[in-house]
Design a protein around this ligand. Structure first.
Ligand SMILES: [Zn+2]
Ligand SMILES: [Zn+2]
Length: 534
């Protein structure tokens, strides 16, 4: 019995784990990578044969858990993809949207390539691949034990993260030996607002545990609501625009609910339009409305008062691109749009047209991965290139992490503390700093935690006594066109800097340039060594 860590090790995105038991092979999650280097990583071959898998178990719909399943099917996977019913409905929406974006991206790159005489670029997967993947989806109900392959069974438990999200309890049995592995998936906080609280699980040999906020505490819900109320109050007084980049599944519905509460309080005046600029988000909201029975008692209470939690004040659903662009001319409005990390989607053009205005407000309400536009704004960069234009950041930037659908450090610790069988915790789905900090937190609470790396294989034994086998990483082959594109970009940057007529103010620019030179010299030496070796 073995567990192989495929993704989300030392990073938040790209969740994927392979379980092997006898001749059975089951994959848990198959997510896309987002942020730094994502295009290359998403195109990489799977480190296993897709055809050989018996089944895929999907914790929840978010793309960093589900997004590469259509690629798996494209590469020959023929088994079932098990997930809860709301997850199945949500992934259909997300996958078609993703295939659409991949096509746009590939068309754009193809155009760019053809000018350089390079080959066209194929999208990672297409609508047809999504059609095929959807045929593999099978509904698993919460709390029932389900056999998914010889020797492997699973039970989906509520994770309290987004609608349909699940913790997986997986039992493996081979030659009379039994091992239980629990996958936390993405865990909701201990005190949820939108979903039910995460299920308490008390027994496991191994727990694969997320650590997105393993080194941080969120503000309380009440504090976050106060922060949000303050931003909205100021913005409305100044007749400003409030831009809210938001994941369109769950976070957007939460924001709509928070806006509805402000409306109830009389803070959101009736004449200020709220634009929900995401056709995909609108579809997701419909799915949420269909499964109100799976949401929290707070939401259900709100509904029982005859109110719609996702329809605040003057809410406008925006569908066409023209309608979306027309929002640029509206000065006083609230705009909720994807993507949550501003690395794509309609929020990008709203930021381009609004972030330069000191009157406006940008409110980040979720995790921002390294390398994304959202992360750069949150980290205080003042000059950015957004959708092909240089824009200076003058708007008021806020981060409200208390609306997160993720557990914080104390929530994670509380959930881990429910296990009474002293399992080995494998800490994943976090930046290294966060995962390491959380494994130390576990250790100081008397629990055993390790932070695995991608590619690592663990021989599973009862009581978490497995040996970790380190598998050497595959050598990465340099792609010629990748190198030449990079060099062209560097040259362009360098000549741009040289042509800048304004006097350079020394705020670290010189040392940045010097280190770039050292890096290039090192690359040059390495390239020479390689040439000599060949
Ligand atoms: Zn998630
Ligand atoms: Zn995730």
């Amino acid at each position: 019995m073995r567990l192989k860590i495929i993704g989300a090790a030392g990073e938040v995105t790209g969740s994927s784990y392979l379980l092997e038991c006898g001749a059975s092979r089951v994959l848990v999650d198959c997510g896309i990578f987002q942020g730094k280097d994502d295009e290359r990583k998403n195109r990489e071959m799977f480190p296993f044969s897709s055809v050989s898998l018996n089944a895929v178990l999907l914790t929840h719909a978010h793309m960093d858990h589900s997004g590469r399943i259509p690629l798996l099917v494209k590469e020959g996977f023929k088994g079932k993809v098990w997930a809860t019913l709301p997850t199945l409905e949500l992934v259909k929406v997300l996958w078609y949207d993703s295939a659409h974006l991949m096509k746009e991206e590939a068309d754009w790159l193809t155009k760019k390539n053809s000018r350089k005489g390079l080959a066209p670029v194929e999208p990672i997967y297409t609508r047809d691949d999504v059609d095929d993947a959807i045929k593999m989806l099978s509904a698993a109900s919460y709390d029932d034990k389900l056999p998914v392959a010889p020797g492997i069974s699973v039970r989906f438990r509520d994770a309290g993260h987004i609608l349909g999200s699940a913790i997986l309890e997986v039992w493996l049995e081979e030659e009379g030996k039994q091992v239980k592995v629990v996958f936390s998936g993405d865990l909701g906080p201990q005190q949820t607002v939108m979903e039910r609280n995460p299920a308490i699980i008390t027994s496991a040999d191994y727990v694969i545990m997320e650590s997105t906020y393993g080194d941080r505490l969120h503000k309380t819900n009440a504090e976050s609501r106060d922060e949000f109320r303050d931003v909205l109050t100021t913005a409305l007084k100044d007749k400003a625009k409030v831009l809210i980049p938001s994941f369109v599944v769950d976070r957007a519905q939460r924001i709509l609910y928070e806006l509805a509460l402000l409306k109830d309080e009389g803070i959101l005046a009736g004449n200020v339009p709220i634009f929900f600029d995401s056709p995909m988000g609108v579809k997701a909201t419909e799915i949420y409305k269909k499964h109100m029975n799976l949401l929290s008692s707070e939401i259900q209470q709100y509904v029982s008062q005859g109110k719609d939690p996702f329809a605040p004040g003057k809410l406008k659903y925006v569908s066409s691109v023209e309608e979306s662009q027309a929002i640029n001319d509206v000065g006083n409005a609230v705009v909720v749009a994807g993507s949550g990390m501003a690395n794509g989607g309609r929020i990008v053009h709203h930021l381009k047209h609004g972030i330069w205005n000191p009157k406006n407000h940008v409110v980040f309400v979720g995790y921002q991965a390294q390398g994304t536009l959202g992360r750069r704004i949150v980290e205080g960069e003042k000059n950015l290139r957004i959708a092909g234009e240089d824009v200076s950041v003058k708007a008021n930037i806020h981060t409200i992490n208390g609306f997160s659908a993720h557990a914080d450090r104390d929530d994670l610790l509380a959930w881990a503390g429910n296990f009474s069988t002293a399992p080995l915790f494998l800490i994943t789905h976090g930046e290294p700093k966060s995962s390491l900090a959380f494994s130390e937190t576990l250790a100081s609470a008397g629990m055993k935690g390790v932070v695995p790396v991608a590619g690592q294989e663990i021989e599973l034994e009862p009581n978490g006594a497995g040996k970790a086998v380190h598998i050497a990483e595959q050598p990465v082959v340099l792609k010629r066109e990748e190198v030449s594109t990079l060099l062209a970009e560097i040259l362009l940057l360098a000549s741009g800097l040289q042509n800048r007529s304004v006097p350079v103010q020394e705020d670290g620019i010189l040392s940045l340039l010097k280190s770039s030179k050292v890096l290039l010299e090192t690359a040059n030496e390495k390239m020479n060594e390689r040439l000599r070796a060949e």
